[in-house]
Design a protein around this ligand. Structure first.
Ligand code: AMP
Length: 281
């Protein structure tokens, strides 16, 4: 695997490959890689000739300085995992390489950045779109791979790509979970053994909503989940919502291609998000 630390090096390397008609697949990450990330690399391998991963802990998407300072950065392990997953290129820039002091960014996101995660983390999706646009400009991928784990992020990036006319096809990959159902996340390493158990309530609430989808109304599904989560030990629920996955608005009927339940909670000091598509098997 080739490792690059500057934009210029990445561009130069890819420019040599592109005329050969090679298809480029891109997986942006913040590192501390787990099977969820590696499933995106596998998906990229399937579709593309050249797989590019980036690891960059993007400061502009953090609204909590401690979270940014404490974000895990096990870079040597990450490199090894990417090598084993047969990733071709890793882009590993420093903050100065990606931002300068005059950098400004604001994109109108049609209020997608003011709901759910956006409401709780002001500015988060401005930071996400800013860095993803910069990375797309450098890598010019044919395909870019994102996890359903961050469903709202996928919606927001899809909106940006359409609005700015970026020439890339976005692909959403399923959530990879631990055996007991906990969605894999880089922040899970900070859960104590007890919190790790408490965190399972999120997946239980989502799974129950899915099982009951045909029999209960949407308000009933929501109410049951919120009641369950409010009584569950060791967690502080922030939201449990049922959305139309296409419009990303609260689902008012069950007649939509994709109805999705999304949940966020604090477990100990860690925020956990998860979701499940309710109307598929
Ligand atoms: P992050 O490093 O947290 O920014 O995540 C990088 C990419 O990995 C994003 O597209 C995430 O949605 C995706 N991802 C994170 N966790 C999982 C998971 N458990 N399953 C699938 N994809 C994931």
């Amino acid at each position: 695997m080739e490792i690059f630390r500057t934009r210029a090096e990445v561009r130069k390397y890819l420019e040599q490959l592109k005329p050969e008609g090679r298809v480029v697949g891109f997986v942006p990450t913040m590192g501390a890689l787990h099977q969820g990330h590696l499933s995106l690399i596998d998906a990229a391998r399937e579709k593309a000739d050249v797989v590019v991963c980036s690891i960059f802990v993007n400061p502009t998407q953090f609204n909590d300085k401690n979270d940014l300072a404490n974000y895990p950065r096990p870079i040597e392990e990450d490199i090894q995992k990417l090598q084993e997953a047969k990733c071709d290129m890793l882009f590993l820039p420093e903050v100065d390489e990606m931002y300068n002091s005059t950098d400004k960014w604001h994109i109108e996101l049609d209020n997608l950045d003011n709901t759910l995660e956006g409401e709780i983390r002001p500015g988060h999706y401005q930071g996400v779109t800013q860095i993803v646009k910069k990375l797309f400009d450098i890598v010019s991928p044919d395909y870019a791979f994102f996890g359903q784990k961050d469903f709202q992020q996928f919606v927001v990036i899809s909106y940006m790509v359409k609005k700015l006319g970026v020439n890339v096809e976005l692909i959403m990959c399923p959530i990879v979970r631990e055996n007991d159902g906990l969605a894999m996340s880089s922040r899970n390493v900070y859960l104590s053994a007890e919190d790790r158990q408490h965190a399972l309530s999120l997946f239980k609430a989502l799974s129950t909503a899915k099982v009951n989808f045909d029999n209960l109304t949407i308000p009933q599904l929501k109410q049951n989940a919120i009641e369950y989560l409010s009584n569950a030990a060791g967690i502080e629920v922030e939201y449990f919502e049922v959305y139309n996955g296409d419009t990303f608005e609260p689902a008012s009927t069950k007649h939509a291609d994709k109805i999705i339940a999304l949940v966020a909670a604090r477990v100990g000091n860690i925020r956990i998000i998860d979701n499940i598509i309710l109307n598929n098997t």
